[in-house]
Ligand binder design. Structure first.
Ligand code: PLP
Length: 236
């Protein structure tokens, strides 16, 4: 079976979201080509500028999109719990596969914990708190990047999720740079980690803002700017 895997909303690693017209085109294409789309929608709840864009699943004809949700970001990664939204026939196929027969595939305890959070309203409150905290962190990081990396790199403004994707303006290779950044006391995920071939993503990096308070993110961006300037001077 041919399928397309995509993270169209608050993407990991880029933080970008697919535009509405592209979503509609993709949903139509899936039906026309009988292509199944696996929509990884793990970051949907973490929206900072209004509601998240409509999912591919909600736009497509039944059967075209299987949407994967997760409680890893909205509640706790350790629960190892998530969910699927798909057409009835697909859900039935999954339900009737060996997955549920072994007794080991789905954690009933975790599912009960999630259900209890939902029943008491605690889940929604938690998501609201995360949104407020992460929005502040995103804004702090973006402001610090503008201050310390101006003229060095370009980046987008993620409307949700965890990540900011940076691309160096002079399309220089970042080979050897992670060490220099660590020496400055900051770290990032090299762009090459997100491509199958080593030659792509060499001038890009992913920053994650979900874990640290605003002050730490601002300091991290300052150090990153210093490390980048030093790296650029070294390779010249
Ligand atoms: C795109 C994407 N999907 C899913 C997950 C989480 O998956 P899980 O529910 O298996 O922890 C992550 C988190 O790292 C992610 O970035």
């Amino acid at each position: 079976m041919a399928f397309l895997y995509t993270v169209p909303t608050y993407n990991n690693p880029t933080g970008a979201s697919l535009a509405m017209d592209r979503r509609r085109q993709l949903a139509e294409l899936a039906s026309a080509e009988r292509l199944v789309i696996i929509e990884d929608d793990a970051y949907r709840e973490l929206s900072y500028d209004g509601s998240a864009p409509a999912s591919l699943w909600s736009l497509a004809e039944p059967g075209a999109v299987i949407r994967l949700g997760s409680f890893a970001k909205s509640l706790a990664p350790g629960l190892r719990s998530g969910f699927i939204t798909a057409d009835v026939a697909t859900i039935k196929r999954i339900r009737e596969s060996g997955l549920l027969d072994s007794g080991g595939a789905i954690s009933h305890f975790s599912s009960l914990v999630v259900a209890e959070f939902a029943r008491t309203g605690e889940y929604s409150r938690n998501v609201e708190q995360l949104r407020a905290a992460y929005r502040q962190r995103r804004d702090a990081l973006l402001a610090a990047l503008s201050e310390h990396l101006k003229g060095l790199a370009s980046w987008g403004r993620p409307a949700g999720g965890y990540f900011v994707w940076l691309t160096l303006l002079e399309s220089q290779s970042l080979t050897g740079f992670p060490g220099a950044a660590e020496a400055e006391g900051t770290a990032f995920m090299p762009g090459t980690a997100f491509y199958p071939e080593a030659s792509s993503g060499v001038d890009s990096l992913r920053l994650s803002f979900s874990r640290y308070p605003p002050e730490a993110l601002a300091e991290g961006a300052r150090r990153l700017g210093n490390a980048l300037r030093r790296h650029q001077a070294d390779v010249r």
